[in-house]
Write a protein that binds this ligand. Sequence first.
Ligand SMILES: [Zn+2]
Length: 379
Amino acid sequence: MCLPTFVDIHTHIDKAHTCERSRNLNGTLAGADAACANDFQHWTLEDAKRRMGFAIQCAYAYGTSAMRTHLMSGEERQSKIAWEAFGKLREEWRGKVELQGVSLSVLSFFRDETKARALARMVKSYGGILGAAVSCSDAGGTPLDVHTTCGADMPKLLDVIFSLAKEYNLDVDFHCDENGNESSKGLLHISEAVIRNNFKGSVVCGHCCSLAVQPNEQAKRIIDAAREAGVTVVSLPIVNQWLQNRDPTNEATPTRRGVTRVKELARAGVPVCLSSDNTRDQFFQYGDCDMLEVFRSSVCIAHLDRPFGSWPLALAANPSRAMRLGEKSGMIAPGAKANFVLFRARNYSELFSRSQHDRVVIRDGVRIATALPDYEELD
Ligand SMILES: [Zn+2]
């Protein structure tokens, strides 16, 4: 089996490898938010660089050639550390792992137009992407969620984001609908805002879990709007299986899978990507930025194997296009760079049944070293 090198379009490497020092006590999304805020006391530029560099090194060894990471951008001091570390690592890794950064703040952040404009300017200075969390808490889509749903103000706040993105010529990337609430329709609101603002940049929506609990007719309406708006949807099946539908008391077994309607989206013509999301942090206690693990788990969680069809596109070609990495990036094609991964397997069953730790990664026609860094480097 041979696959193009992977493009991991949705990660959070600024938080990576912090799960042991700042534990998520009950394993829920709310527990993650609380423990994540608590972890900031440990952040320095050196700490962030070490953890982020470790994550990139692992991704590179597993065969990833480009990564987009969301960066904590709501609180000023934390934002400064995350973006500075990102900027340094992007230079260090250029030509090996192309890095893109997205600002991550809640929708209510954009109520303050002065702060919002300063954020857009900072993102522009790093060549980054403008982001926000929309209808994305456990209470997303309800009046209880004042930070990411913002009641009747959501369309107005989305218009602020899109007008800043147009003014500063930025692409956008949202977290949305990371819950199981039928009333959570961030994807619909974002799609309508794209059309209303006549926005022509690249628009990415990650998670979209609540689409799975919409009645079929409603889901179809949302999917049609996403297609019309040209939105790319990113599903994060491993993390959402771990985080979604978790009982805070840890007595009940989960019954939902947390994955969005990837098949219906793809069939309707919405580009779908599969990605890592969090790595050993408060939102997911495991993971190592291995896109083969993402592929294998996604196949089992979302039943992508009858048939496998074009699902490999979700790991390289589709994210490459949304990230504007170049016409032939993410593909094995005449004239494309010789960037691919070879596995000791002749079919998907053999591919997914072993760890593939002995894979061969070829970059620009040359085999690279694929030893993983030792965890002690994080001590
Ligand atoms: Zn995320």
